[in-house]
Write a protein that binds this ligand. Sequence first.
Ligand SMILES: *Cc1c(COP(=O)(O)O)cnc(C)c1O
Length: 409
Amino acid sequence: MIPAKIPTQTNEPASDWISYSRQTVTESDIAAVIQALQGDYLTTGPLIEEFERQFADRVGARFAVAVSSGTAALHLAMLAAGLGSGDRVITSPNTFVASANCAAYAGAIPDFADIDPLTGNLSPQSLAAAWSADTKGVIAVDYAGIPADLPAIAAVVRSHGGVVIEDACHAIGGRFFHQNQSYSIGGHPWADITTFSFHPVKTLTTGEGGMLVTDNPDYADTARLLRSHGLVRDPSHFLPGESMGWHYQMQQLGFNYRMTDFQSALGISQLARLEDSIHRRLQIVDRYNQAFAGLPGVQTPPDDGQSQGFSWHLYPLQIDFVGLSLPKDLFVKYLTKHNIDTRVLYLPVYWHPWYQQQYGYRKGKCPQAESFFLRVINLPLHCSLTDAQIERVIRQVRNCLTNPSLVYF
Ligand SMILES: *Cc1c(COP(=O)(O)O)cnc(C)c1O
């Protein structure tokens, strides 16, 4: 039974704290989940396939496989593409650790090429220079929602016979222009597999959750098999003494990476609002860009100019903290004191102690990614921000940038 009163989700905590990111959950999202909870399936039910079908349609892919997280989608992408022991897989250092960890899970060697200093995305030139005989694949990340240069990246990778995985966890529902044609992320020809995350900070959430999309039926089959222990129920594989009634058989070592039915209910409900969410984030990015353009020592993120089709996850502002004599940590503290939450994304992945110990990577490996990390600050960006809150962020950031000595008071 539906409780008489569904608690109302307030989208911002009681204080005037402005989160850097958070989910937006509506009454109809809540109703959809409650309805799923009252159905016959909690885990693998009919809503999984429904969510997969709608998601595949939206991004323009042939196949979609729903999984328990974006990290699980990346891991399955590695295995489906046959990347593993002895293979080197190159990704961007300017990303969440999961983009690189998945290669290590599969027994491959995660490696890094440098970024383009404006977009924060993998540079095709650095990728070409970093390619070695054992490199077999690339994970291109659409940092902040800015699409990586997939046509140029795919040209490099495919000239060597490698596989292109696109980690589009930041770019759900995004589009980009290439040679005057519009392409959707997940539906263009320059990635073999594309992965998404539905973590609450992402543009569409299912709590935890993720999706792998591909046009390759073999990749889709493998991902589907491995998401549920590698178990099959195909009668052609009966062992002696078995019957249809109880047969199942494990042919490969798989995992429990399943999404639940009620998470899919939330996903379907959120997907119905995706265009609005993308549009609202775009509005906020436009407002920030307009407010910060032309300030000395400040670089706003690039937009695509033509289609306005980016699906923004983060707002990365690059600031010349050294040139402005503005210590970055004091700038962050100043904003925190004014109830504005920020992030610094990302610490170059190979700076993490595990990467240094495991692979011997050292500082200096990707100078552009390191300098980006020193300059970047991510301002609040999510659909529950009010216009007044956005103006508050702008006012405080502009105050500091035009009068850096403020941070000392
Ligand atoms: C969020 C994210 C992931 C991991 O997704 P989870 O759903 O949290 O496992 C992977 N890559 C990038 C770039 C992300 O932002």
